[in-house]
Design a protein around this ligand. Structure first.
Ligand code: PLP
Length: 494
């Protein structure tokens, strides 16, 4: 490794002289022509994943998550595949938590980035406009339902999903003059002080978060919070409507309601169409702006451009990030023009002008549209659901298989246990073993949901049928092995 470090140092100190490009620059020129004089380092690939993991452990914060359960250092990536420093290839069904809609390094994204750089377009412009930005904005508006797009406004935010959530909260508070926000159990909206306050899971919360957040039940069909067996009854929406109507219900009229049409981190929980429609009606009747957070679901993930489309509803504020930057950081809110009560400068953020992300995002969007990727997602989803359904019938530790499009979840339970409502308990330990065994066999998946007992699949939207089969074959082997281990454990106790 020392050789590698020395090599970089030498190249940086001697690069100008050796590169020769500096000679082509006029001493006084503000716009030097030619190539950069800094030669990129040549990687001496003698180190293993473990080498980098050890260094990471020594330098990065204790808050790091993924490397603890997916212990690899990534050397290269293409499509669904990533190769680690040991030369091992993995199938990546995490894809930057759904960010990489087209998988890693898709040629159209790489080409768009190269073209942007070659054209001399700026990298960053605050909120000044450019032809790239202009095209991006119009392309985003084209993805929206016509009645929404007609009078919509867009605000580019600092680049994370949480930043856009913060902007959405601020927007509806300004527009309504109200303070409270309604959120839903199991929801995840990011880790800033406002967004974190909206999160169902108290685990990562710290004292002093944004006050005045009021939680309502989310229709989690497998574990209905209202104790119903049939989610179609939609007791959750009834409850929320009742709470808002009841003069002694204890709820203030909120500045906004925020929800995910399919909860991601909460355990891949799709809201029923009925619930979404009822919440839309209730919020509209009461003049409560409805914020739909499509940070994870936006741009084809669920088989339609936006998950809300499947419920035939339209939000007042749409929160987008992840896929919309084509793998580079970008976040926006799009909202009804009537909510635009912001004064100049009422919302800002230095990195709201990430032009390269707009170029990469635009390339991604055009590819999704030109190749009808949403239909492909629906087909691949059916293949997945069929195979995962077979697994669920074969293995009693699989309590539920659910999801929309290529956002799929497998809830792992202990079939021999019951909670006080008579439902099998989520089994985090088995879920962890499933994840570790998948990783050992070359498949990267994530866990989420209540007690971290839901295996989550977020493959590239371009996954092929063969790749779906390959992912499911690994899962099948892993569940067979898990069942054998469980049988041995039971035998040992008898
Ligand atoms: C629905 C949803 N909203 C917001 C966020 C926060 O995004 P970020 O991690 O970019 O802040 C996430 C992240 O996973 C998300 O899934």
């Amino acid at each position: 490794m020392l050789a590698y470090a020395l090599e970089i140092e030498q190249r940086h100190t001697t690069g100008v002289a050796r590169g020769g490009a500096a000679a082509a620059h006029s001493e006084n020129s503000l716009f030097p022509a030619g190539k950069s004089s800094v030669v990129p380092p040549i990687l001496e690939e003698t180190e293993t994943s473990q080498y980098y993991l050890d260094r990471q452990t020594r330098t990065e914060s204790n808050a790091r998550t993924y490397p603890r359960r997916l212990p690899l250092a990534i050397r290269s990536a293409q499509g669904i595949y990533v190769k680690d420093m040991n030369g091992t290839t993995f199938m990546d069904c995490l894809c930057g938590a759904g960010t990489l809609a087209l998988g890693h390094n898709h040629p159209v994204v790489i080409e768009a980035i190269r073209n942007h750089l070659d054209a001399g377009y700026p990298l960053h412009t605050l909120d000044l406009t450019t032809p790239v930005k202009d095209e991006y904005v119009h392309a985003v508006f084209e993805t929206l339902p016509a009645e929404f797009a007609r009078n919509a406004r867009i605000q580019f935010c600092s680049p994370s999903g949480a930043d856009a959530v913060e902007a959405a909260i601020k927007l509806v508070k300004t527009a309504t003059g109200r303070q409270a926000i309604m959120a839903f159990s199991g929801g995840y909206h990011g880790q800033t002080h406002g967004a974190l306050a909206l999160m169902g899971n108290p685990g990562p919360k710290v004292p002093g978060l944004m006050p005045d957040v009021h939680f309502q039940p989310f229709p989690y069909a497998y574990r209905c919070p209202m104790g119903k067996r049939n989610c179609g009854d939609c007791a959750c929406a009834h409850h929320t409507e009742h709470q808002l109507k009841d003069p002694e219900g204890g709820l203030p009229v909120p500045a906004g309601m925020i929800l995910e049409a399919v909860q991601g981190e909460g355990g891949v929980v799709p809201a029923s169409k009925r619930w979404l429609q009822q919440i839309r009606r209730v919020s509209a009747e009461r003049g409560i702006p409805l914020i739909i957070d499509e940070v994870q679901t936006g741009w084809g993930r669920t088989g339609t451009m936006y998950a809300f489309e499947q419920a035939e509803i339209v939000p007042d504020v749409l929160v987008l990030s992840k896929a919309i930057g084509g793998g580079l950081p970008l976040a926006v809110i799009v909202y009804r023009g009537e909510l635009d009560k912001w004064q100049p400068g009422a919302h800002a953020g230095t990195f709201r002008g990430n032009q390269l992300a707009m170029a990469a995002g635009l390339a991604t969007l055009r590819y999704l549209q030109d190749h009808d990727v949403c239909t492909h997602v629906q087909r691949m989803s059916m293949l997945f659901q069929a195979r995962l359904g077979e697994l669920a019938r074969a293995h009693e530790c699989i309590g539920d298989v659910r999801g929309r499009g290529l956002m799929l979840g497998i809830e792992i339970v202990n079939p021999h246990s019951r909670d006080s409502f008579g439902r099998p308990l989520g089994d985090r330990q088995t879920a962890l073993r499933v994840q570790a065994e998948c990783f050992r066999r070359g498949l990267m998946i994530e866990l989420g949901g209540r007690h971290g007992a839901v295996v989550r699949l977020l493959p590239p939207l371009t996954i092929t049928a063969e790749q779906v089969e390959a992912v499911c074959d690994i899962l099948s082997d892993v569940f067979k092995a898990a069942a054998a281990t469980a049988r041995e454990a039971i035998a040992a106790h008898v």
